[in-house]
Design a protein around this ligand. Structure first.
Ligand SMILES: Nc1ncnc2c1ncn2[C@@H]1O[C@H](COP(=O)(O)OP(=O)(O)OP(=O)(O)O)[C@@H](O)[C@H]1O
Length: 263
């Protein structure tokens, strides 16, 4: 893919940070083009720079070398075209579920009747119908994640950066939310960069899985997930190709983790 046809393009990216008075390289030589409508998953050992790549795509952090392009131009600061789902759900405790999800539309001064309509439709979509008036403290962890997801989807960003959004959830709830996310993605065609530690989740959801090396994080492998769509998230793990991809990714990732433990 050429840089021009990519929605998000990383070219020659490096990022250095200061730690205890000296500089270290967190991310190095990252080249990656994410196509419009692509679901791109990123896996890698802890601390390899996955969140750093998302922060640069969101315009919250500048690369030390190279440029991140969004739709052909350097990423603006902040990049208001993207939605960002961080590891913490960041729901606002003083707002009801409805008003949490409505927040991005209020900030964009969308008319009240339209806000009502769009938020209600979104709550239906993520399975929170009936919880509009609840406060976050009355919700389970999984429900709070759905609120965070709905709050990002409601303003229909062109792209969503998701940093382990389902990381802390139990396996069953995770599968249910993956199914919802897949359904939403198939309907909306939103571009995703989705960071996860879960190889199975990356294969289930992704068009491609990018594997990053231990620090300094480089791309060590890019794997096309050639399992036909639509995929049934409950059954895809029984597909023979799933098992092959899992083994390939597991081996690449465990090499990185072993090197990290040995260093
Ligand atoms: N603002 C910052 N200042 C200093 N160091 C930072 C900053 N942000 C990230 N780092 C460091 O850069 C490295 C990469 O961090 P990052 O959070 O991107 O990794 P990650 O792959 O997302 O990790 P995890 O999987 O554990 O969430 C880490 O060593 C981290 O401590």
């Amino acid at each position: 893919m050429s840089e021009g046809s990519a929605l998000i393009s990383f070219r020659g990216i490096a990022k250095r940070f200061e730690h205890d008075g000296s500089m270290f390289t967190a991310v190095e030589d990252v080249q990656l083009d994410v196509a419009p409508g692509e679901f791109c998953c990123v896996v890698g050992p802890s601390g390899c720079g996955k969140s750093t790549l998302l922060n640069m795509s969101a315009g919250l952090m500048e690369p030390s070398a190279g440029t991140v392009h969004y739709a052909g131009s350097p990423v603006p600061k902040p990049n208001t075209k993207v939605g960002y789902i961080t590891q913490k759900d960041n729901v606002l405790p003083w707002r009801t579920v409805f008003r949490n999800v409505a927040l991005p539309l209020e900030l964009r001064q969308v008319d009240k009747a339209e806000i009502r309509e769009r938020v209600s439709a979104m709550l239906d979509l993520v399975g929170l119908t009936g919880f509009a008036k609840a406060y976050p403290r009355q919700l389970s962890g999984g429900m709070r994640k759905r609120v965070a997801l709905a709050r990002t989807l409601v303003y229909e960003p062109e792209a969503i950066l998701a940093d382990e959004p389902f990381g802390a959830l139990d396996a069953q709830l995770k599968t249910i939310l993956q199914a919802e996310l897949r359904r939403i993605w198939e309907r909306t065609g939103t571009t995703f960069i989705f960071v996860t530690h879960d190889i199975g989740e990356a294969i289930t959801l992704g068009d491609r899985v990018v594997v990053m090396s231990q620090r300094p994080g480089r791309i060590s492998m890019v794997c096309d997930v050639d399992i036909p769509r639509p995929r049934d998230v409950f059954k895809v793990r029984f597909d023979a190709r799933y098992a092959e991809l899992f083994e390939q990714l597991w081996s690449a990732l465990s090499d990185e983790v072993e090197q990290e433990l040995a260093s």
